[in-house]
Design a protein around this ligand. Structure first.
Ligand code: PLP
Length: 236
């Protein structure tokens, strides 16, 4: 078995175990394979192992990879998730090439994505990124500003608001890992009580996916545990 095939089996087992422990149905949790920094043939290999969803955080790199993949694997129709910081001058490519965007954190970006979503495509599935640990260096809207932004995003015609995303500060201890995920879940419930369609929780990475699933993650974003370690300096 190849390394990627073995890693995917291992991750699926971790997700199964965590879902069992939390008493949650496995179908409620979708695995996004984060292929940033890895080439199109790694994506093709994961597709051959039944992986459907892929995450990328640099637009240029992602689009080159999608184009190469089309040549390598013409029949493949992966679902692409944009999970990185969004610059205004990159919104058109995101709107035209991705199925999901997880990292909306201001209205101007959401408006551009909505306007630039091609008319023939389904609305872009959207999560709002929340700066859940309050780190100055991290993207995401402050929790206090979330409800206002969510209400504005929910009515944009080219987007379909689905939920929230967060990248918490790393923590070693399981109960410490759970705290920010619990806060994100509480924020999503609050938005739901206001009638906003925020049922998706995009949270959990290689090191903390069990804690995220325990707190209700519906989209887990896993890179290292599937594709291996990334080279230093290519991460963000
Ligand atoms: C890189 C990245 C991931 C994957 O992280 P791993 O620790 O490699 O699993 C998840 N989410 C975002 C936003 C990322 O940039």
């Amino acid at each position: 078995m190849s390394v990627i095939a073995g890693n995917l089996q291992g991750i699926r087992q971790r997700i199964r175990d965590a879902a069992d422990k939390a008493g949650r149905p496995l179908q409620a949790i979708r695995l996004i394979a984060v292929s940033k920094t890895f080439p199109a043939d790694a994506v093709a290999e994961a597709i051959d192992c039944g992986q459907a969803d892929f995450g990328e955080n640099y637009v240029q790199e992602a689009i080159a990879k999608m184009d190469t993949l089309q040549q390598l694997h013409p029949g493949a129709r992966p679902i692409w998730h944009f999970i990185g910081p969004i610059q205004s001058n990159k919104t058109r490519q995101i709107a035209e090439r991705f199925d999901w965007v997880h990292s909306i954190d201001r209205l101007k970006i959401a408006q551009r994505l909505s306007e630039q979503r091609p008319a023939g495509m389904k609305p872009l599935q959207a999560c709002i990124q929340v700066n859940i640990s309050g780190e100055a260096s991290k993207g995401g809207v402050a929790p206090e500003q979330l409800a206002g932004l969510a209400a504005q995003v929910a009515v944009l015609p080219g987007l379909r608001l689905r939920g929230l995303m967060a990248i918490p500060e790393p923590a070693e201890d399981f109960s410490r890992q759970r705290q920010p995920f619990a806060r994100l879940r509480a924020l999503a419930l609050e938005l739901q009580s206001r009638g906003l369609p925020c049922t998706e929780l995009s949270m959990g990475m290689s090191a903390d996916l069990e804690a995220a699933i325990a707190e209700g993650a519906t989209l887990v974003r896993i890179g290292t545990a599937i594709f291996g370690k990334r080279n230093h300096g290519q991460d963000n």
